[in-house]
Design a protein around this ligand. Structure first.
Ligand SMILES: *Cc1c(COP(=O)(O)O)cnc(C)c1O
Length: 361
């Protein structure tokens, strides 16, 4: 048996061991067909069945209504920063964006290349440690859409509410918290998520889009970026990221077997509670985010003396606690505790943090 470390990486992130073992068992000879999924034609009956099952399992998990298309695309979440305005923002139109941190800012900066972006609200006023209340947002009447990021992976700031947007389609970057708890898909016009946080391997982005928002791409939109083309070809206009799609399907099956997104919510609630409670109970560790806006998935924290950061990380690594270094723009530490990171990992982390504080704090 190999020894698997506890991996707190923000992305590409930990995957469930059971899924990796299954992929390993199927790697050379998928279901007795004598070849690997990686070697199959994406047009083959076998692969089409794999792709369709993955979509159906995701539909089951999130109770996706039938008037939404599920697309398995390439280019990561970052490609969507351009693809969304190219499809949803008409020439001369306005899109509202909410800035709660690095990812939502990147998306709005990209959208500015294609049209008018109204900065509806910004967390800048509170150093991005909180989310401005919707009553303070400056929304545009008749906007093409309203965009926000439900979880800021770097800052560790997460919405625990869904913005009200009755008339204007709500567009959300859910890259780092999709499948972490139940959602009501019908509240959104479009949901997108890069796979490598909570879904599967990198190289894939999942887009869940309401049908009436498809078919309005600008004339200059590249064929490959037109949602209509992707939808009409079942995400196979060109060769899709076949292995990433397959592996994501194994993750969807795994989440279902575990008890679905309601069970993920129960586990994730317990995991974040343990870590935040420990941090808040210590004078040595701190997290600056307003309690109601704290992320369940990405938990940044600081040591009282940053000169100890190196020793903390070295000691963590010795114990098999990997990738705790914070994002270069923020410093400090960050523990990403997605679905595949168990309570045992968080317990091991808290035990180490307590020991380190006792010795060096
Ligand atoms: C990781 C991440 C992205 C970027 O994803 P890529 O697939 O690397 O383009 C965008 N938004 C959020 C919220 C993320 O966590």
């Amino acid at each position: 048996m190999s020894k698997r470390a506890y991996n707190f990486c923000a992305g590409p992130a930990a995957l469930p061991e059971a899924v990796l073992l299954r992929a390993q068992a199927e790697l050379l000879d998928w279901h007795g067909k004598g070849l690997s999924v990686m070697e199959m034609s994406h047009r083959s009956d076998e692969y089409v069945a794999i792709a369709e099952k993955a979509e159906q399992d995701l539909r089951d998990l999130l109770a996706i209504p039938s008037n939404y298309k599920v697309l398995f695309l390439q280019g990561g979440a970052s490609q969507q920063f351009a693809q969304i305005p190219l499809n949803l923002l008409p020439e001369g139109g306005v899109a509202d964006y909410v800035d709660t941190g690095i990812w939502s800012r990147k998306s709005l900066e990209e959208a500015r290349r294609f049209g008018n972006v109204n900065l509806a609200a910004s967390g800048k006023v509170c150093n991005y440690f909180d989310i401005p209340a919707q009553s303070e947002w400056q929304l545009t009447k008749g906007a093409a859409y309203l965009h926000y990021a439900s979880n800021e992976t770097i800052g560790g700031v997460q919405f625990d509410w869904v913005p009200e947007s009755a008339e204007v389609p709500l567009v959300v970057d859910m890259s780092s918290d999709i499948l972490s708890r139940p959602i009501d898909v019908s509240r959104y016009g479009l949901i997108y998520a890069g796979a490598q946080k909570n879904i599967g391997p990198s190289g894939l982005v999942v887009v869940i889009v309401r049908e009436d928002l498809i078919g309005h791409a600008r004339a200059a939109c590249p064929t490959m970026l037109d949602y209509k083309v992707a939808a009409e070809h079942a995400s196979m206009y060109n060769t899709p990221a076949t292995f990433s799609w397959y592996l994501s399907g194994l993750i969807f099956e795994w989440v279902k077997e575990q008890g679905g997104v309601a069970e993920m919510e129960r586990r994730n609630r317990a995991k974040q509670e343990l870590l935040y409670r420990f941090i808040d109970g210590s004078d040595f560790y701190s997290n600056p985010v307003a309690p109601a806006a704290r992320s369940w998935m990405n938990i940044p924290f600081r040591l009282a003396d940053e000169k100890l950061d190196k020793a903390f990380l070295a000691g963590a690594e010795e114990r098999g606690l990997l990738n705790l270094k914070g994002h270069r723009s923020v410093g400090g530490m960050r523990a990403s505790i997605y679905n595949a990171v168990g309570l045992d990992a968080v317990q091991a982390l808290v035990t180490y943090m307590a020991e380190f504080e006792k010795e060096r704090g």
